[in-house]
Design a binder for this molecule. Structure first.
Ligand SMILES: Cc1cc2nc3c(=O)[nH]c(=O)nc-3n(C[C@H](O)[C@H](O)[C@H](O)COP(=O)(O)O)c2cc1C
Length: 221
């Protein structure tokens, strides 16, 4: 697939079939994503993958226990509020998801249950967690974002679907304890992956994009 086609085709999958991805395919995707650019070629992404679905189940249990036991306390603070066009886009993609799965606007319980689906890993057979050493700060996070994009596109090209999840960075301490990482490795995000349940309502809506060239400021003098 061309890059154009991959970017147009990919979407965030929020319901997966249980079938595992063969280990050699996971490794091929990781090898491709590793080619991402990074500042000074630090390649700072510290990646944890649940290769065996049983390991995904254990990770899922840690997430679900964490959500039941406290408030989110991500290593890197989440936005406190979204304003202007950012808020409009955020609300639209949220409401489009709720509409797709039949959650009414005033159904708080329904929205909470849908948010919890993040920690059920949308039933995916695999999950990737991406950490970065705290010394690399903001730009380490940028590098890890480039890796994430490459991972999702390389996966899509192999017929493997995924979703980036900042939600999985909400409870870093129990996750670090589970994977045996020290506190200086900061959790940035997760990415559940596998094969889409294409008929699931959560997978039937698509987001839109602004017109990139129209949004850009071109300087010619
Ligand atoms: C860094 C990052 C974090 C995200 N975190 C979440 C998340 O926690 N839960 C979720 O359902 N979607 C999450 N998303 C998916 C976005 O909502 C999605 O990419 C966006 O709405 C565009 O839709 P598309 O991916 O289907 O094109 C995240 C995406 C990115 C890039």
């Amino acid at each position: 697939m061309s890059l154009d086609a991959l970017l147009a085709d990919r979407y965030s999958v929020r319901a997966f079939r249980p079938d595992p991805v063969p280990a050699d395919v996971i490794r091929r995707i990781l090898a491709t994503a590793q080619q991402s650019a990074s500042w000074c070629n630090t390649q700072p992404w510290d990646v944890v993958i649940t290769e065996n679905p049983a390991a995904t189940d254990r990770l899922r249990a840690v997430f679900l226990q964490a959500t039941a036991s406290g408030q989110p306390h991500p290593d890197w603070p989440w936005p406190e509020q979204y304003v202007g066009v950012h808020n409009e886009r955020r609300r639209k993609c949220g409401f489009d998801l709720y509409n797709a799965v039949g959650i009414e606007r005033d159904d708080r319980d329904g929205r909470m249950k849908q948010a919890l689906r993040n920690y059920e890993l949308f039933d995916a057979p695999h999950c990737m967690l991406v950490f970065c050493h705290e010394s690399l700060g903001f730009y380490g996070g940028v590098d890890c974002g480039l890796f994430l994009q490459a991972f999702m596109l390389a996966a899509w090209e192999q017929g493997v679907h995924s979703i980036a999840q900042a939600a999985l960075a909400a409870y870093p301490d129990p996750i670090r304890a589970h994977v045996g990482f020290p506190p200086e490795k900061r959790l940035l995000f997760g990415c559940s992956f596998g094969y889409a349940d294409e008929s699931h309502p959560a997978n039937l809506f698509r987001t839109e994009r602004a017109d990139g060239p129209a949004e850009a400021l071109f300087l010619n003098d």
